[in-house]
Ligand binder design. Structure first.
Ligand code: C2E
Ligand code: MG
Ligand code: MG
Length: 707
């Protein structure tokens, strides 16, 4: 034991208790001076040849809480332990060392009874009043009710030197009882989890005794409890021989009880138990009120769903710990304003309640009322199939319900989830569907159901508040105008032109951007028809919001407009921005396929602005890549921009059938550089600003005749 002797001086000099034992035989090899003093041993002869469990814990077999299995060489295993035989709390550090092929356990323990509070010294206190006043003080300072219960039960356990102290609560609604709190002396196994939702009649014996005697004491199971009774069997199974119990009575009703198993001290003295049950009743009531308060503060009173505060809380939690699978459903009630205005708020409330009910009936997740007429459901741990099935059932339920109609947006994702982005996507999909509702309502002529935003934009279109400008697109090599981009403008009350950047986002969130986009398309078709009559065969680029493109049946609507004006679809290029990749990938692939099958070209607008997502180029086939003006404007001054652009154009040439076009060309130098890079097409103030239709007609006449 040379190694151990080396550290002996050090160990004895500290205030700690330490010992060394053989991990395989439990033989105790060494105890330091403080440990011997604490255990009342005079010399090493008093422990040598004996085991650690016998000397330290007074047990006949290894301690049930032995930490040997956790120990590793060069690692410290730290834990806290109450040693009942010396009535002291210890902060314990264990480690394993190997000496001469023996695995040795070294334990160093520090007395932390003072830090653990005054309860460890409870058994030394003679007066119950002392303990009660200590508990009361602790309770008033402890906000956490669970911690409060632990402290109370521990105090009871130590006072009675019991093995276990516990609270059972009755649930009188379903006639069951559960063990809700317990304290166990170290070494005594926890039983709480095995004692949940038991039938209440199991404790008939207890209830009878509470009713006749108030609290009661069983000094010995054998002889005092009928061996054929269930109570006997339960106690026997847990090796309980004696116990004390006091009822918890609220409004003259027994709502549970407080029990002490195998007390070894103060047996039959009920003063403490009785007073403690009063404290416990107060804590239980406090907990009930807190639960109720929490329920109320997170519940939407009208629908019973979780409210927006709770929704915000969950989103905050997701930011820290995003789920690995998440299905999101957004639901927006159609026409609630109209219902309120026409039929009154009572009816409106009913529709909201019904919408909430249908949502929670069909979606297996947490449902929230996130706004006035908006609902969200978040489903974790759900397969994509189950989620889609649930949403499809939800749609059918809303469709077949006479009282409410709703727009739904849903997304499902697994893996690394950016929750706020997914929420945004679901929200947008819901808006896209909302547009369908508006168009349906307007198409069907239910003028009474018209909704504010759609009404407003249609009125503006009717009043001529929008106009379309056309900017030429030029074949760079020949300088010939080959097409135009249609760009919308709004005319303010004082006849100023408002840039689309200032109003398009507003129409997007209102779910009415489709009207603007289709209005522009219609005007563009009228122009193409007119120019063709004048002998100018041009193609037309039209910008489409992704919200419009998410609308089911949109390809059909675009094609209908073209055929109304006899414009072949091959003359129309649909401009989309990178943000289109936010559409669910399956849906996006289908959309692009449908547009291409219908004969439209697709251009990726603003490529190279902000951050560019190259993945979109490999995921989808574009007919045209439109380089953003920020790349062009940098060309003359920034050699790096030149490299980036030149290589991007080269990449474009390598992509199947993608033409290159540069926008924002303002100078002849930029034009020369672009030609040098073999960029095919261009657009910009150098050629022309966007023009009203008539001016554009003059321009092409001039351009085409001048060729
Ligand atoms: P965009 O599709 O990238 O359109 C090009 C924008 O650059 C236009 O601004 C155009 O006037 C401007 N531009 C053209 N050449 C030059 C140039 O040489 N220098 C500079 N500095 N700017 C130039 P505009 O018309 O204000 O449109 C802004 C954006 O609004 C468009 O960007 C497009 O995203 C959107 N937008 C326009 N019309 C529609 C529409 O009908 N529907 C939808 N959804 N969006 C539209
Ligand atoms: Mg554009
Ligand atoms: Mg652009």
């Amino acid at each position: 034991m040379a190694n151990i002797n080396c550290s002996e001086l050090l160990i004895n000099a500290s205030e700690s208790i330490s010992y060394v034992s053989d991990m395989d035989t439990y033989e105790i090899l060494y105890l330091n001076k403080h440990a011997m003093e604490l255990l009342g041993l005079n010399s090493p002869d008093d422990y040598q040849g004996s085991t650690c469990y016998r000397i330290l814990q007074g047990l006949d077999s290894p301690c049930p809480f032995c930490t040997n299995a956790h120990l590793k060489e060069n690692e410290i295993y730290r834990w806290e332990h109450f040693n009942g035989s010396v009535n002291t709390w210890f902060d314990v550090s264990d480690t394993m060392v190997c000496v001469d092929n023996r695995r040795l356990r070294i334990e160093i323990a520090r007395d932390i009874s003072v830090r653990k509070g005054n309860f460890s010294s409870i058994s030394h206190r003679s007066s119950v009043e002392d303990i009660l006043s200590l508990c009361l003080k602790t309770l008033t300072r402890t906000k956490d009710t669970d911690a409060a219960f632990r402290i109370l039960l521990e105090a009871i356990g130590i006072y009675y030197r019991a093995n276990r102290v516990y609270i059972f609560e009755f649930n009188l609604e379903n006639w069951t009882l559960s063990n809700t709190f317990e304290w166990c002396r170290p070494g005594i196994s926890q039983e709480k989890d095995n004692l949940q939702n038991l039938p209440l009649n199991l404790v008939d014996y207890w209830v009878n005794r509470f009713e006749t005697d108030g609290e009661f004491c069983i000094n010995s199971l054998e002889g005092e409890v009928d061996p054929d009774s269930e109570s006997y069997e339960i106690l026997k199974r847990q090796n309980i021989d004696s116990l004390m119990a006091a009822p918890l009575v609220h409004n003259d009703l027994i709502i549970g009880f407080l029990g002490v198993d195998d007390p070894r001290k103060n047996i039959g003295h009920f003063t403490l138990l009785r007073s403690m049950s009063e404290f416990i009743l107060i804590e239980l009531e406090k907990r009930r009120l807190l639960t109720e308060l929490e329920y109320l503060s997170y519940t939407d009173v009208l629908t019973g769903l979780k409210n927006r505060h709770y929704y915000a809380r969950i989103l905050q939690e997701y930011e820290l710990h995003p789920p690995t699978v998440l299905g999101i459903v957004f639901v927006n009630v159609n026409g609630i304003k109209n219902i309120n205005d026409t039929y009154g708020y009572k009816r409106g409330d009913y529709v909201l309640q019904r919408t909430a009910q249908i949502l929670s009936d069909h979606i297996p997740g947490v449902c929230f009322r996130s706004g006035g007429d908006e609902f969200v459901a978040l489903c974790e741990d759900i397969s994509q199939n189950d989620f889609q099935q649930a949403v499809s059932n939800l749609r059918s339920a809303y469709d077949s319900d006479d009282d409410c109609s709703a727009a739904i947006g849903c997304v499902w994702q697994s893996g690394e989830i950016n929750v706020s982005e997914q929420i945004h996507n679901a929200d947008e999909l819901m808006y896209a569907e909302k547009q369908m509702y508006y168009s349906h309502v307007l198409h069907e002529g239910h003028s009474s159901l018209r909704t504010g935003a759609a009404d407003q934009v249609l009125q503006e279109i009717e009043d001529g508040d929008f106009t379309v400008y056309y900017q030429p697109q030029v074949e760079l090599e020949s300088g010939r105008i080959i097409g135009a981009e249609a760009l919308v403008r709004k005319i303010s009350k004082d006849s100023q032109l408002i840039s689309p950047n200032n109003f398009i986002p507003f129409y997007e969130v209102e779910g009415v951007i489709r009207y603007v986009d289709l209005f522009v398309l219609e005007n563009a078709c009228i122009c193409l028809q007119e120019w063709r009559k004048l002998g100018h065969i041009l193609h037309m680029s039209v910008n489409f919001s992704r919200i419009t493109l998410m609308e089911p049946g949109i390809v059909e609507s675009i094609r209908d407009i073209c055929s109304r004006y006899h414009v072949p679809t091959s003359f129309i290029t649909i401009e989309v921005t990178e943000s289109i990749s936010k559409i669910d990938s399956g849906h996006l692939q289908q959309l692009v396929r449908d547009l291409m099958d219908a004969g439209f070209s697709i251009s990726l607008d603003d490529f190279g602005s902000y951050y560019s997502n190259l993945a979109i180029l490999s995921a989808l086939d574009f007919d045209e890549i439109k380089f953003d003006k920020t790349l062009i404007q940098d060309l003359e001054t920034n050699p790096k921009s030149r490299t980036v652009l030149q290589n991007s154009i080269r990449m474009c040439q390598d992509l199947p059938s993608a033409h290159s076009i540069a926008e924002g060309i303002e100078t002849s130098h930029q034009l020369e550089l672009l030609k040098e890079f073999h960029c095919e097409r261009g657009q910009g103030y150098f050629f022309s600003k966007p023009l009203p239709r008539d001016e554009f007609t003059l321009l092409i006449r001039h351009n085409h005749h001048g060729m």
